[in-house]
Design a protein around this ligand. Structure first.
Ligand code: FAD
Ligand code: NAG
Ligand code: NAG
Ligand code: NAG
Ligand code: NAG
Ligand code: NAG
Ligand code: NAG
Ligand code: NAG
Length: 520
């Protein structure tokens, strides 16, 4: 007992809000190993994840779970894609405070154990927010939500999903700029950008964070804002993903918001319908700044059970005004086979989107960005169909090509508070494309991934041939094969690397947390 440090004792009693240094945690792990006579060897570092798990289980027993426990199984079931849910860490750690996150990071440094961090678990590919044989920090218990007295800011624990945030704020007539599907996490969406129903008015989620509470690689905890001593880090966090620390709390700008007018019109694919939709999309790209309350998502998909291609025209207007003129080029298109457009509250709208994006399947997400052109959009749809036709028979396949605008009213907010690193300020309108395929049987992985890659490569080539290519890759939609951070531009990448070198000289976030998009 004498070998246990005071900090560990205090933590076990739940009274300490201490932060640690690397040497303190090294000493704690030494004393843990000394005391635990059943621990077979105490080899020189790196000790590995067995020691990290054992130390955390000893120090914070209620936060640590091993395979076969109920907690571990429950947390593993909360990933959206099958590839992530099938990934098995040696143990899972579910901290309840930034201090506990700090202790874990330092323990991983001492033991050289590789780790992953999970918020809502919606990143699709294996290893994005889970890690085979390593330790996953599951932020699920960082679930606080607190609105400031003047109702201009909401402090949100990094493990919340957007539904919980919206249902908290909605009765007060308030909202924040976040995801459009109820079950997405606050953490991943906000650190990669974050397209919201309200982005025409306020920009992306990353442009609406006042302060990030961040655990640095040395275990220290800081409030990072534009006006803090860490304004360079603040810039990097606005799109830099998981490369700059573990964010434990987001203080989000908060705005008045009531009901929307929103829903989907669904069409069977016909060339003239597609042409009308692509034209309406093109003109909205140009006209959006005249009414930034409008947003659209156009999804081309193959409906396997009916053997037909369909087009879903998802329209949203940020006020409860039916059929606003800005959206009438869409609503006047004849022949919809289904139409759910109506006045609806935000939380229910995100549930509707969650229902159309079920979890539990194999998933792949890809992205690219092109100029605003209805004929290029038709060319991309033709490429998509050409590549989907040979995989149509794959069990449970749902392949979609999803088009969204990055308009000048959106990018005008990118430069607020010192700007973001995405490299898009002053650009637009652009067409952000997401190729997203789900299916059931792993034996189809290779041909489906090849089809997705072909759609992307051929579409980019078509755009380039027309002088309409754009280098930007949206992190939140990218596949692991895509080089996201260089797509922000040479100067932004160089700046991100220098900020990483300044705050993380030991390369903890680059090397010990290997999943997801790294600085390279
Ligand atoms: C069905 C569906 C709908 C979507 N809708 C939208 C949408 O409306 N708008 C949009 O912009 N995007 C959308 N996306 C994309 C989404 O933003 C990304 O998948 C995002 O990564 C999900 O965040 P998450 O927290 O759920 O994911 P996670 O898988 O938990 O995290 C993603 C990455 O972020 C890291 N990370 C998460 N939290 C933290 C933290 N606190 N500190 C440090 N690193 C962290 C993780 O380590 C991981 O590398 C959607 C995706 C899906 C599957
Ligand atoms: C001691 O180590 C063994 C082997 O790693 C482990 O099973 C046991 O749980 C540890 N005991 C404590 C108190 O951590
Ligand atoms: C960060 O800000 C919060 C809220 O303003 C405050 O309670 C906390 O003490 C600050 N943390 C640090 C490390 O400065
Ligand atoms: C519809 O468009 C596709 C792809 O552009 C083309 O191959 C096909 O011939 C068109 N069909 C008709 C009826 O115009
Ligand atoms: C609707 O489409 C027409 C061309 O068909 C275009 O002139 C007009 O600007 C569009 N309106 C909006 C609001 O996009
Ligand atoms: C969702 O809609 C239902 C039915 O209109 C309503 O009763 C409920 O309050 C809404 N949910 C939320 C979270 O507002
Ligand atoms: C989202 O849908 C999944 C089913 O795919 C369901 O398990 C989950 O509870 C839903 N989450 C929310 C927050 O609506
Ligand atoms: C997956 O596909 C393989 C190869 O076609 C087949 O043998 C297997 O039965 C399929 N699995 C399921 C669950 O359908």
């Amino acid at each position: 007992m004498r070998l246990l440090s005071l900090a560990v004792l205090l933590l076990r009693l739940g009274v300490a809000r201490a932060t640690y240094s690397l040497t303190e945690v090294e000493a704690q792990i030494s004393s843990y190993l000394d005391q635990n006579s059943t621990q077979t060897t105490r080899a020189a570092p790196p000790f590995g994840c067995a020691v990290a798990c054992g130390f955390l289980a000893f120090t914070l027993p209620t936060r640590l779970s091993y395979p076969d426990s109920l907690t571990y199984g429950f947390e593993e079931s909360r990933y959206w894609s099958q590839q992530q849910a099938l990934t098995q860490p040696a143990c899972r750690f579910s901290p309840i405070s930034a201090e506990e996150v700090s202790l874990a990071v330092l323990a991983f440094r001492v033991t050289q154990c590789k780790f992953a961090v999970k918020s809502g678990g919606h990143a699709a590919f294996a290893g994005a927010s889970n890690i085979e044989g390593g330790v996953t920090i599951d932020l699920i218990n960082l679930n606080g939500i607190a609105v400031s007295a003047d109702q201009t800011q909401t402090s949100v624990g990094a493990g919340n999903v957007w539904y919980d945030v919206y249902t908290h704020l909605q009765p007060m007539g308030l909202t924040v700029i976040g995801g459009r599907v109820s079950a997405i996490g606050v953490g991943g969406l906000t650190l990669g950008g974050g397209i919201s129903f309200f982005s025409g008015r306020y920009g992306w989620a990353c442009d609406n964070v006042n302060t990030y509470e961040v655990v640095f690689a040395d275990g220290s905890i800081h409030n990072v804002s534009y006006s803090s001593p860490y304004s360079d880090l603040y810039w990097a966090l606005r799109g830099g993903g998981n490369n700059f620390g573990i964010v434990t709390r987001f203080d989000l700008a908060t705005y008045p918001q009531g009901d929307l007018w929103a829903g989907a019109q669904t069409f069977l694919y016909k060339n003239d319908t597609a042409a009308a939709i692509n034209n309406a999309f093109y003109y909205l790209g140009i006209n959006a700044p005249s009414d930034p309350y409008a947003q659209v998502i156009i999804a081309y998909a193959y409906a396997q059970s009916e053997g037909v291609y369909v087009i879903a025209s998802d329209l949203q207007y940020g006020k409860p005004v039916p059929d606003p003129s800005i959206l009438q080029n869409f609503t006047s298109i004849p022949g919809a086979v289904a139409n759910t457009l109506r006045t609806i509250d935000l939380a229910n709208l995100t549930l509707e989107f969650n229902n159309t994006n079920p979890g539990g399947f194999r998933q792949t997400y890809w992205t690219f960005t092109v100029g605003n052109s209805p004929s290029l959009m038709s060319d991309i749809v033709a490429i998509y169909m050409d590549e989907v036709n040979p995989i149509k028979d794959a069990a449970g396949v749902v392949p979609s090509a999803v088009f969204q605008l990055i308009t000048t009213d959106v990018t005008s907010h990118f430069s607020k508070n010192g700007g973001n690193p995405l490299g898009l300020a002053g650009q637009g309108p652009l067409n952000l494309v997401n190729i997203d395929i789900s299916w059931s049987n792993a034996s189809d992985d290779a041909r489906i991934l090849a089809a997705a890659q072909n759609i992307v490569d051929r579409s980019i080539a078509a755009a380039r041939a027309q002088g309409l290519d754009n280098q930007y890759l949206y992190q939140n939609y990218a596949s692991l094969q895509q080089d996201v951070l260089p797509s922000y531009g040479k100067a932004n990448l160089a700046k991100l690397k220098s900020i990483s070198a300044k705050y993380d000289p030991a390369n903890v976030w680059q090397k010990l947390q290997p999943g997801y998009f790294k600085l390279g």
